[in-house]
Design a protein around this ligand. Structure first.
Ligand code: HEM
Length: 214
């Protein structure tokens, strides 16, 4: 193999592993995030108290910084992997998704879904994080944002994108990290897809309840 092509293959492999690791850590954030905002839909008083406690936590800035680093790493390494794969002549092992239209769509839409989530994050953080609502006004701000039809549609699209991205991503990440084998493959696929479903449906349901409930 030509040395430049070999370097591209090694680069793609490294980027794949680190994209997967960062992606799996981001999933942890999404689980905690959904747990937190679900309170807004089912227990508004507890949600407000939770938001105040969270914002006073001394560790929050460090966690936010780590989150930003992970998101940037996931994005940059994912792009680097695509470029290196292209330079290497795209020799990455492809898994057949024939007969599984949803899995094929999820695999094909990884980059488009990632781009949509990036756009959503820019809007989402501008609406709710910069600036952060005053203590006691978190829920009112959230309701005001989601009462706008365009916002609600964007949150719905982001929930769908999260679900699709993870439908494929959880299994692919385990494969990239070398954790997938014939013995555990079916279990990892089922667990990853269940998590994708819970997160996708969960974010959509919370947005809908807060956006349309009186
Ligand atoms: C129904 C859908 C969602 C709702 C209602 C929601 C709500 C919120 C709220 C209220 C905050 C502000 C937290 C604070 O005051 O510190 C926030 C922050 C954030 N959200 Fe969401 N979110 C949703 C979906 C998502 C999704 C799908 C993602 C990622 C793809 C996401 C990523 C983030 C991030 C990164 C932050 C900043 C965290 C921080 O700086 O502490 N959110 N969200």
């Amino acid at each position: 193999m030509h040395p430049s092509r070999r370097r591209a293959v090694i680069g793609a492999e490294k980027a794949r592993v680190w994209t997967a690791a960062a992606g799996l850590l981001l999933v942890l954030f999404l689980v905690v995030h959904l747990g937190g905002i679900a309170l807004a839909a089912v227990a508004p008083v507890r949600f407000e108290a939770y938001a105040v406690r969270l914002h006073q936590a001394a560790w929050l800035p460090a966690v936010e910084l780590a989150l930003l680093g992970l998101a940037m790493a996931h994005l940059a390494l994912g792009l680097a992997k695509r470029l290196a794969n292209r330079r290497a002549g795209n020799t990455a092992a492809l898994v057949s998704r024939r007969g599984e239209p949803l899995a094929a769509l999820a695999a094909r839409s990884q980059a488009a879904g990632g781009a949509l989530l990036l756009l959503f994050l820019g809007v989402h953080l501008a609406q709710l994080r910069w600036p952060r609502p005053q203590a006691g006004e978190e829920l009112a701000t959230l309701r005001a944002v989601l009462a706008q039809p365009a916002s609600l549609a964007l949150y719905g699209a982001a929930a769908l994108a999260v679900g699709l991205h993870l439908w494929h991503g959880t299994e692919a990440a385990h494969r990239s990290l070398g954790l997938l084998d014939p013995a555990n493959g079916a279990l990892i696929r089922a667990a990853g897809r269940s998590l994708a479903l819970v997160l996708g449906v969960g974010f959509a349901a919370v947005a809908l309840v807060l956006g349309v409930a009186p």
